[in-house]
Design a protein around this ligand. Structure first.
Ligand SMILES: Cc1cc2nc3c(=O)[nH]c(=O)nc-3n(C[C@H](O)[C@H](O)[C@H](O)COP(=O)(O)O)c2cc1C
Length: 215
């Protein structure tokens, strides 16, 4: 299951997702891509229905546009969370999805977060920031999300989490139309020419790796 937390299907995050999916196919697997911006839903409402004594549920019981996708995620053989970085974090849509996905996995009585089925998880990020900036974003805002998701799905503590990043992405197709600093178009194009193919290759390889991961 690949969850696309970005709004633009034909831009950077969409392309990285397509490359990841290609890698999965090359490895003999199948993917389903779900675009969160096409779905009508909100984040966790704290209704606590998933935590009722004797009736705990491993997937969110609030019925809306996300219900089917959440069920498919807990039954999948692997999960990919892909998001452009907005203000140093995942998009609001991805955050709202993630709350809905993981809150039912939290067992307050035992103090553990555990999904019902084990599977590998990967993250895909695209952003304006440099690779160093991307690592900072991972450390400051995404690490806990990555670790909690991986721990819940792998049932193991403190593993290294797979994340593929595309940095310094072309934010628009034609920089001459938008209010950017002089020289942005040229420097973006230069970076794109020297890094983009490699970013897509890393995403493809991560897809191939995921299919080989056994749980
Ligand atoms: C609302 C908004 C906030 C953004 N904030 C950041 C940011 O904090 N850091 C960054 O590196 N890029 C930021 N960006 C740039 C996007 O992360 C980047 O262009 C990304 O590759 C867009 O993905 P897409 O082409 O799939 O839409 C922001 C873009 C938008 C629209």
């Amino acid at each position: 299951m690949i969850i696309d937390g970005g709004p633009r299907i034909y831009m950077n995050t969409g392309a990285m997702i397509a490359a990841f999916a290609e890698g999965v196919r090359e490895g003999g697997g199948e993917t389903k891509i779900v675009r969160l911006y096409d779905i009508d839903y909100k984040g966790c409402r704290s209704c606590m229905a998933c935590h009722i004594k004797g009736k705990c549920s491993a997937s969110c019981l609030y019925v809306d546009g996300l219900t089917e996708t959440l069920k498919e995620c807990v039954e999948a053989d692997g999960l990919v969370l892909a998001t452009p970085i907005y203000y140093g974090e995942m998009t609001g849509m991805m955050r709202a999805f993630w709350e809905r996905l993981t809150f039912p996995w939290l067992d307050y009585s035992k103090g553990v977060l555990m999904a019902p089925k084990r599977m590998p998880v990967s993250f895909i990020y695209t952003m304006n920031g440099s690779p160093a900036n991307g690592e900072k974003i991972r450390r400051s805002s995404m690490r806990s999300v990555e670790m909690m998701t991986d721990m819940a799905l792998s049932h193991e503590l403190g593993r290294e989490v797979e994340a593929v990043m595309a940095n310094n992405t072309c934010q628009v197709n034609d920089y001459s139309l938008y209010n950017f600093a002089d020289g942005t178009a040229e420097s973006k194009q230069q970076w794109h020419n020297t890094h983009w193919e490699d970013d897509l290759r890393k995403a493809r390889e991560a897809g191939k790796r995921m299919i080989k991961t056994e749980f």
